[in-house]
Design a protein around this ligand. Structure first.
Ligand SMILES: [Zn+2]
Length: 297
């Protein structure tokens, strides 16, 4: 276990935050830092056909140890970390034998991780939990996935008595900004099927996905001194409010599950003159998805 924690800590110390505003591949140079560390490590544990392409996609092979043909399978995870919150100077904390109570992440800043707020925590009572000190992301998404894959490959290399076919692994950049698959060379990867190690709960297997889009609604108003505003001022924040209430109030993430689609308003920025609404749109059904896009535009 300590070996896995050490490996995970080594990865999370490397800042790999991606940048949604940079069209380059990868979107941040620092993602190469982890890619280079992984190349070295994959060599060390004995992986073969290690390639790192010009867009920062890393692939490697664990050759088959069977004397007959079976399909090649793949395992994938992403190297970047979400740009939503600070991801530098990650300071991990280990909580052994979690007692189900509040976890004080940061005494100075009084940051508490509480099962009253995140009741998922209670599923891990009695287990070891790794958190941050509350001032950054942990970047377990998806360095936990990389740790799992590298450790599994290492284990299989050390235990040739476990029989397996050819296994391909890949580590990609820029997943968090929606570009992880953009320049992924499927043919070069050459797996009959593959699993992305990027889940949440232990034992969870996701085998299908929704259609996804985003929408930015910009409303322009007109600013006039409030004392002289009658019949003149156009308040874009109030129009935004109207717009929001025109969309179905029950088609939101917190009111849907399973295959039900939604409009998710995740950001509002506004003043009298200009208001921006940012939505994500999700639907499993392609036809309903197209209707949703039409409906908002
Ligand atoms: Zn992820």
């Amino acid at each position: 276990m300590q070996h896995i924690i050490d490996r995970f800590f080594k990865y999370i110390k490397i800042d790999t935050q991606s940048d949604p505003n940079n069209p380059a591949f990868p979107s941040t140079e620092k993602q190469w830092d982890l890619a280079h560390v992984l190349v070295k490590e994959l060599k060390q544990i004995g992986m073969q056909e290690i390639t790192l392409d010009k867009n920062c996609y890393l692939m490697a092979t664990l050759p088959s140890n069977l004397d007959y043909e079976v399909p090649t399978i793949g395992f994938i995870s992403h190297m970047d970390t979400s740009p939503d919150f600070n991801a530098t100077n990650i300071n991990p904390q280990i909580h052994h034998n979690y007692d189900g109570k509040d976890i004080l992440l940061n005494k100075e800043q009084n940051i508490v991780l509480s099962p009253d707020y995140f009741d998922d925590l209670l599923q891990y009572k009695g287990q070891t939990i790794i958190t941050t000190d509350g001032t950054s992301l942990l970047s377990a998404d998806d360095k936990a996935g990389i740790t799992e894959i590298v450790t599994a490959m290492e284990y299989l290399l050390q235990h040739p008595e476990i029989k397996h076919g050819k296994i391909r692994v890949a580590f990609t950049p820029d997943e968090e900004i929606g570009k992880g698959a953009h320049l992924f060379d499927v043919e070069k990867f050459g797996a009959a099927w593959a699993y992305t190690m990027d889940g949440s709960q232990i034992g969870e297997l996701e085998y299908e996905n929704f259609n996804a889009a985003s929408a930015v609604v910009t409303i322009t108003g007109k600013i006039v001194h409030p004392g002289y505003a009658k019949g003149k001022m156009i308040n874009s924040t109030l129009i935004a409010n109207e717009f929001i209430s025109l969309l179905p109030s029950n088609e939101i993430p917190q009111a849907t599950d399973g295959y039900e689609g939604f409009f998710h308003l995740h950001t509002i920025n506004g003043s009298v003159e200009k208001t921006n609404l940012e939505y994500i749109i999700r639907d499993h059904d392609k036809k309903l998805f197209e209707e949703r896009k039409k409906n908002i535009s």
